[in-house]
Design a protein around this ligand. Sequence first.
Ligand SMILES: NC(=O)c1ccc[n+]([C@@H]2O[C@H](COP(=O)([O-])OP(=O)(O)OC[C@H]3O[C@@H](n4cnc5c(N)ncnc54)[C@H](OP(=O)(O)O)[C@@H]3O)[C@@H](O)[C@H]2O)c1
Length: 256
Amino acid sequence: MEQANKIALVTGGARGIGRGISEYLAARGFTVAAVGTRPQSDAAEFLSALRAASPDSCYISGDISKADDRIRIVDEVLDRYGALDVLVNNAGVAPTVRADLLEMSEESLDRLLSINLKGTFFLTQYAARRMLEKKTDEFRAIITITSISADTSSINRGEYCMSKAALSMMTKLFADELAPHGIRVYEVRPGIIATDMTAGVLDKYSRMIENGLLPIKKMGAPEDVAKVVYALASGLHAYTTGDSYSADGGFYLKRL
Ligand SMILES: NC(=O)c1ccc[n+]([C@@H]2O[C@H](COP(=O)([O-])OP(=O)(O)OC[C@H]3O[C@@H](n4cnc5c(N)ncnc54)[C@H](OP(=O)(O)O)[C@@H]3O)[C@@H](O)[C@H]2O)c1
């Protein structure tokens, strides 16, 4: 289902899962504005690959934990394209140190909540306000990438789990708020996906998967998440809102 003239803003869209999402959407007709913290000059290779599929797509350098940047990012998309059809909240960070719950520092909790939760919440709030300025019957959606950590305990990165659990509730709140305005709001929960974020624990997770953690015995790729996002962004689940969709190798399957 080709999505001509649809504009998607993907935070953290130039690396890892976000890059997978940006490229998958761009290859299927979306014009993509990908956001990352790195300067424009560091995103040249990514941008030329993206533009090969979708020539009007762009990269915006910005930090979603900063209020001014959030406004600038959304305004730039609307100024450039005149519309915002799909917001994909993908940007997120893991703790720099995996510390036990009893040792977690206030700084680490502040950092995780500031980027993952506060940054995503207020970006969504501002984007939603701007989207509501335009009255349209076109399909529009806000999709937030959470994690199986939204409801799975990892006591060595509790601040990450708490930030993702809060984003899961954020999805429901915006779904409720925006349903009367025709904007669908979804959560996508990846499992273990091979990116820079999991590079340091690759061996550990590979062993766990080999030993039966997942019924589908392999680590996911960014494209596995991108396919779920694409289905939601294209309106293939348009008669739902506030729901969570997994891309996790069957992590939640109960087995005996
Ligand atoms: N990998 C997994 O197994 C996994 C599993 C479940 C959920 N997730 C979630 O999926 C999302 C993407 O993860 P990933 O594995 O692709 O991570 P990643 O490779 O570390 O990439 C993170 C992305 O987020 C961007 N970002 C970080 N802080 C930002 C900020 N303050 N403002 C704007 N952008 C920011 C980064 O921008 P730069 O490129 O500029 O650094 C980068 O593009 C995250 O929300 C993560 O929690 C990942």
